[in-house]
Design a protein. Structure first.
Length: 321
């Protein structure tokens, strides 16, 4: 396909949100010096704006210009799988062009015949051989995995209470699909609105699927939350003289807490100083590090220890001077 111009067009079937080529898959074609054109907005419904394609070297054009300039047209639903709206594209196709997509060629006989009469070669994704060499092009298995995941996700959804709303945006999807298992991973950007106040969180999810009794079923899943620092509070310099000093974990294992202006620092041995950022009162955190540092006070209000709190458990450093 060296020197070939390949075009990606928007899906014309109402409700079809997929796009024939994602930005992440373009690198394979670019290695062959294929020139890529795309109809403006073709990826928007799938959450992929034109800018993401332009970054990969794709030229944006009008729909009719994509048909007129390209030797190969990529569609999710070509004529046979889009009998009404898809017929409008017939007038744009010409002899010698190739169309790649889903087209139901075994049942949509008239559509296949119409393409042949115009001299168009049609490569049906449904007829891709399901063998090892063609595994990366096995679109049916990919779609079955996604459909199974969507069904499981929808089954878990419950209505949110009054005053609550939210969205989850999926980013960076990746998958490994074989005849015996599939692994799907992606980021989830969650926005929750509680009576007008927005909360944000980001997770990474990995799910493993296997085929059982003719259906794909999820057998394992892992969700990890990306760490984000808490909101910083207002430093209270009046507390600092009570907090500075030397703290000991075991004999010979010590750290020092010092104050410089309106900032507090922790230093262990000869390691670089690390700023302790105020969260509230005697509770501090380190930028980009999960956990809290809590200065403990005895019954008289005197600081007697520093708690390095991790996963709700404390490593206790006793104040020795």
């Amino acid at each position: 396909m060296v020197g070939t111009t390949v075009g990606i067009v928007s899906e014309s079937l109402p409700g079809e949100r997929r796009v024939a080529m994602t930005p992440g898959a373009l690198s394979v074609l670019k290695k062959t010096n294929v020139e890529l054109l795309m109809e403006s907005g073709a990826g928007v419904a799938a959450g992929m704006p034109d800018a993401e394609y332009v970054e990969k070297g794709v030229r944006i054009a009008r729909r009719e210009d994509v048909f007129a300039s390209c030797e190969v047209i990529l569609q999710v639903r070509s004529l046979g799988a889009n009998l009404q709206a898809g017929r409008a594209d017939l007038a744009h196709l010409r002899r010698g062009q190739a169309v790649i997509g889903f087209g139901e060629p075994l049942t949509s006989i008239d559509a296949a015949r119409d393409l042949a009469e115009r001299g168009v070669s049609f490569l049906s994704m449904e007829l891709m051989p399901r063998i090892t060499r063609a595994q990366s092009m096995d679109a049916l298995s990919s779609m079955a995995t996604i459909a199974g995941y969507k069904a499981a996700l929808m089954a878990d959804l419950t209505p949110m209470p009054k005053g609550y709303s939210g969205t989850i945006k999926i980013d960076n999807p990746k998958s490994v699909i074989t005849p015996t298992y599939a692994v799907v991973s992606f980021d989830e950007n969650e926005t929750e609105t509680i009576f007008g106040q927005e909360l944000h969180a980001k997770y990474h999810e990995t799910d493993t699927w296997v085929p059982r009794n003719g259906d794909w079923q999820i057998v394992a899943g892992q969700v990890l939350r990306y760490y984000e620092d808490p909101l910083a509070g207002t430093p209270d310099k009046a507390r600092y003289p009570q907090l500075v000093g030397t703290y000991e974990l075991t004999p010979g294992t010590q750290l020092t807490v010092t104050a410089e202006g309106d900032k507090l620092f922790r230093q262990r041995g000869t390691s670089p100083k690390v700023e302790l950022i105020t969260e509230s009162g005697d509770v501090f955190f380190r930028k980009g590090v999960e956990g809290r540092l809590v200065f403990h006070r005895d019954a008289t209000g005197k600081v007697d220890a520093l708690y390095d709190r991790r996963n709700n458990e404390d490593v206790v450093w006793k104040k020795v001077k």
